[in-house]
Design a protein around this ligand. Sequence first.
Ligand SMILES: [Zn+2]
Length: 299
Amino acid sequence: MQNKIIKFLAYDKKVAVMCADTTNIVEEIRKIHDLTPTVTAAVGRVATVGAMMAHLEMKELTDNITIQIKGNGPIGSIVENISLENSKQGNIRLYVENPHVELPLKTNGKIDVGGAVGHQGYLNVIKQNEVTNGNYNGLIPLVSGEIAEDFTEFFAKSEQKPTALALGVLVNKDGVKKAGGYIINPMPDCTDEEISNIENAIKNAKPISEMLDQNLSLEEIAKIVTGDKNIEILEQDLDVMYKCNCSRDRIERGILSLGKEEITKIIEEDGKLEAKCHFCNKKYQFSLEELQKIKENAK
Ligand SMILES: [Zn+2]
């Protein structure tokens, strides 16, 4: 499952650009969670910004980012966890509360992502590092629930980073046709003229999913959305993979945390337990004997 993420520099290294084709991983997520087209569009945008953050925001291999989106729309919570496998490979896993939501298209023919996520709620980004004990928390109210606008606000408010961000998923009932995004970060020495060049270039560009559907390369897309024909490649062959780190041990700790009383109830009522990982749907079975052993250690 290969996706493509490339980092570029534009305007004489004064503008950092990242472009991503995340078609494969978004299709994989659609299949894992059996998503409707509406939820695929919403979750695919979240997955795409997460894939780019894996290669933009993470410095150490032990860094970990959790994104929580909770809007007042029918989708409910979306949780994405991002980690690094190595410097070229990010790992993401994702959970969505209501994967089967389907809304009518908006009058402009687009999928109503904002309506599905909800126009009110919050976006929370938690960055942790278990080794250095680093911990950062950036919480903002949702702007529109359309995801790209919400993350643009997050980068501006919580990270003081002026950012142009686009995310797009082209999906029909057969699956994901194209998914991708780009992030543009002007450095402080960027001139007003260069900034307005970029703004105009973005305004005149087609949506990212359409450009990918026309089989434009990420390099061609980077040139189009910056308005700079002399961009240089800073890093390529970056990828992202869907990978869950759940284990029997972790699930067992989860059962343990239910407490003695709750575990006793499960033993009396069912005599066994099947626990499912929300991120990958893997099932873990616990027998009566195993539950009794866990109960002995519970408080
Ligand atoms: Zn899992």
